[in-house]
Design a protein around this ligand. Structure first.
Ligand code: SAH
Length: 243
């Protein structure tokens, strides 16, 4: 079984290896972030299984996804588990791989182009830059619902001196921006939000730490989006969309 990164949306951004596996797989297990055009490249007799989340509701729960993959693989079929972006970047790919390994299944991973880097890039924002950011931190906007204890220290994040890239960051945007300001980041720090990066629906909002949540609400820019905090965000003014 192959855990395959589908890239951030544009069909051209899946890897050559990923596309080869989509073309030859017996079974493709996918969710909504993977570009559905990709499925048009599957074998006509391939079994396509949609396990996507819809509006926060899991169509098939994680245990169900794992069970489907295990059953299909144990039946001797070549299974491609397509995941948006890179399978191991906040996509539970790691958890799926663990389960499959436990079930004794041969697991391979085909890394993908993550939206964490690609969405900013397509909107004219390099996540590192010698003049602005010598480092970048990838962080989730909210931790898992079954964990009451927060492990993310936003005060520490406020002081890294590098770019902060937040995925799944829209639901708690205002709160997290406030935490960064409380941690000492200037309210005037540039922040960009890139919605559906790399797709024809790409939209970006360039604002500041103290205003971005309000601005996104005003412009109705929501999930899925990548939030980029730091000086690099202002490069969008120079570079613009790079689609
Ligand atoms: N494994 C994926 C991320 C899964 S978490 C990856 O590597 O890209 C889902 C989050 O990814 C979304 O909440 C959003 O923050 C981000 N995301 C995925 N695709 C995106 C896109 N095309 N544009 C902007 N953000 C995207």
């Amino acid at each position: 079984m192959y855990l395959v990164g589908a890239g951030p949306g544009d069909i051209g951004l899946i890897t050559v290896r990923g596309m080869e596996l989509v073309r030859t797989a017996d079974v493709i297990v996918y969710d909504q972030l993977a570009n559905s055009e990709l499925l048009g490249h599957a074998r006509p007799d391939a079994k396509l299984i949609d396990v996507g989340k819809q509006g926060g509701h899991h169509k098939v729960r994680q245990e169900g996804i794992n069970r489907i993959i295990v059953e299909e693989a144990q039946a001797g079929r070549t299974v491609v588990r397509l995941k948006g972006g890179d399978p191991f970047m906040f996509g539970r790919g790691g958890e799926e791989a663990e389960e499959l390994r436990k079930a004794g299944i041969a697991v391979h991973v085909v890394p993908g182009v993550t939206s964490a880097i690609a969405a900013p890039a397509m909107a004219g924002i390099p996540v590192t830059h010698r003049d602005h950011a010598p480092m970048v931190t990838f962080v989730t906007g909210h931790e898992r619902d079954d964990r009451p204890d927060e492990r993310i220290d936003w005060g520490v994040l406020a002081r890294t001196g590098g770019t902060i890239v937040i995925l799944m960051g829209m639901a708690h945007l205002a709160q997290n921006m406030r935490r960064l300001m409380e941690g000492g980041m200037l309210p005037s720090t540039p922040v960009a939000v890139v919605h559906r990066g790399s797709t024809p629906a790409q939209r970006a909002v360039l604002s500041t730490l103290d205003r971005v949540a309000e601005e996104c609400e005003r412009q109705r820019v929501g999930s899925p989006a990548v939030v980029v905090v730091g000086g690099v965000a202002s490069l969008r003014e120079v570079l613009g969309d790079l689609l």
